[in-house]
Design a protein around this ligand. Sequence first.
Ligand code: NAD
Length: 708
Amino acid sequence: MIDYQVDADGIATLRWNVADRPMNVMNAESTAAFDAAVRRVLEDPAVKGAIVTSARPEFVAGGDLDLIRGIADAQQSFAASGPVSATLRRLETGGKPFVAAINGTALGGGLELCLACHRRIAADNPQAQFGLPEVTLGLLPAAGGTQRLPRMIGIKNALPYLLEGRKVGPAAALAAGIVDEVVPADQLLARAREWLLAEGAKATVKPWDAKGFKFPGGSPQTPGPTQLFFGVGGGLLQKTQGLVPAPEAILACVYDGCQVDIDTGLRIEQRQFARLATSQATKNMIRTLFYAMGEANRLADRPRGVPVRSYSRIAVLGAGMMGAGLAYVSAQAGLEVVLLDTSIEAAEKGKAYGAKVMDAQVAKGRLAAEKRDATLARVRCTTDYAQLAGCQLVIEAVFEDRAVKAEVTRRAEAAMDADAIFATNTSTLPITGLAEVSSRPAQFVGLHFFSPVEKMPLLEVIRGARTSEETIAHALDFAKRIRKTPIVVNDCPSFYANRAFAMFPYEAMTMLGEGVDPVLIENAGRQAGMPMPPLALIDEVSAELLHKAMKQLRADQGAAYREQPQDHVLTTMVERLGRLGRKVGQGFYDYPAEGARQLWSGLAEVFPRAAEQPTVDEVRERLMYSQSLEAARCVAEGIVSPRDADVGSLLGWGFPAVLGGALGQIDTVGSAAFVEACDRLARRHGERFEVPPALRELAASGGRYHPA
Ligand code: NAD
């Protein structure tokens, strides 16, 4: 785990080499081995100092989350984090100099190890990233990160790394004072040795262990940092609505821990960690954001035995909002892209979208101009279907209109290679129906992207009734190639994400129609941790779009269509009032040219307030449980797996990660309590809250969607 060598000058080299894991991670075994190596350095009189480095491309990638997953109670959690922190403190105060020779990425515990060393020298490695990303999984840096970083670079400078999990490369780390030197990779070890021999002996006492230590930028009680804590604390609450425990715990570590000596600060950090590691919110976040998403990204559900398809050239039909984004992300991933529209101008306009996004990155210095030019050069605009020859995949993103899609499908298939896949990016129309015009329905699949394509990480791969398993496997290969997180979804109107998410705006409109105060609705949505309150959200996507989808469903189902409780609100807003949403400057809100949106004052007249108003908890329950219930129906109908349902809800529509996802919410509340609440809601508000039998059985047996 830790290779140990001592040279003739008495310099020990400790090389991290956790060979049984895909990366160097800190777990019980590796940290015990590291502790033994540190003791050896300190106890061997022949050793003058030590270099800590790695035998692998990365330095140390962080803590092993398997360790945290196994923690059952606060005591175990205290015991899990304590030894690492103690080892680093021993290293720091043992009287011999340690230098971190950081050859590659150092994240989480890996960076904390570096912070404990007496000097940090980084290789000029463009791949290397430094940061403390624990917060993004609901955790906190528990090996001294919350204590050492503020003492090194000041509270104000440290907070973005601690609270947002900011990651930086070597040059930015040097500028921030996180590392002391950046040197060419081939000189890293020589320079570390040189420093140890020349300066090491003078540098074994850290500033915070020396008399008269002055906190850079002031300690927490001084005016600057005090003001800062007020501002940051307030901003945090506004952002998280108090639902996310990790950033609050981190702030407490910094505020409390930086007013006392470092050993007490480290104990404060450990206590906060113990509380977090056992919290349901953190367990939910780790399960979905780390394990479930990891499985989805590794294509765990890819049909077995199908050779991997490697893509080099694809085509996108329709260069509108979605087609433009699709062409851009595909070209960015190194693929040749044929971008086809009805006129060359329309296709060029789509290509220009990617150019605009990249121009902004070039202007900010985040992208080299040559890279942008090379990406753009891979996109070829055309109106000619003959160009589809040689493409392994053709994705259609034309108007959401069956006749237009049918025409495009026929023309494309006539020109495509025999083994190429045809994919549709429809957002509502079932794949099986669209595939009826296809001459090779086994190679017809849904690839449902989200807007804006370059920002949204989720891809729903939709299996039509006749889609082959080989096509599903190859569609998943494409997702991986363009670095999207795929979930596999069986066919139904609106598929999974849009179908379950729609309950949020629908329930909001239903309540508005019942006379619930819109301020109450919006506040409840915000307090529940949704990224945007529901009526504001409808304005963003435009009520017109939802109205169109409703009309389509009505036309498709004919006499079988059952009026939905939100339909009359939609019709009123779109047909009677023309308040289509933000794009026309008026919807549920007014959008003044200057200043923030405001709820439209006319809403009270159109939807008169009921005399009796529900509590905010009742409103929140309706907004949130309706989504989970629809997700549970999708699982019961075999549309999506529980794992993909949760991943899809976090990545597709920003469902609160602290709940673990739409099904995670049911597990968090407890399936029996959830069913009881839905039964109550069904009695009061109607059959849309009726629980599917599979969920009722799960609750009756005390079951969960995910193991505890
Ligand atoms: P859009 O109106 O912005 O673009 C459609 C493009 O298709 C236009 O450039 C149009 O010129 C072109 N087009 C129309 N008929 C054509 C034909 N016969 N041949 C070639 N090109 C043709 O639409 P959009 O928002 O990009 O949506 C495209 C598809 O993606 C729709 O099926 C939509 O449901 C789906 N979708 C949209 C979103 C979204 O948020 N907008 C999200 C997911 C999926």
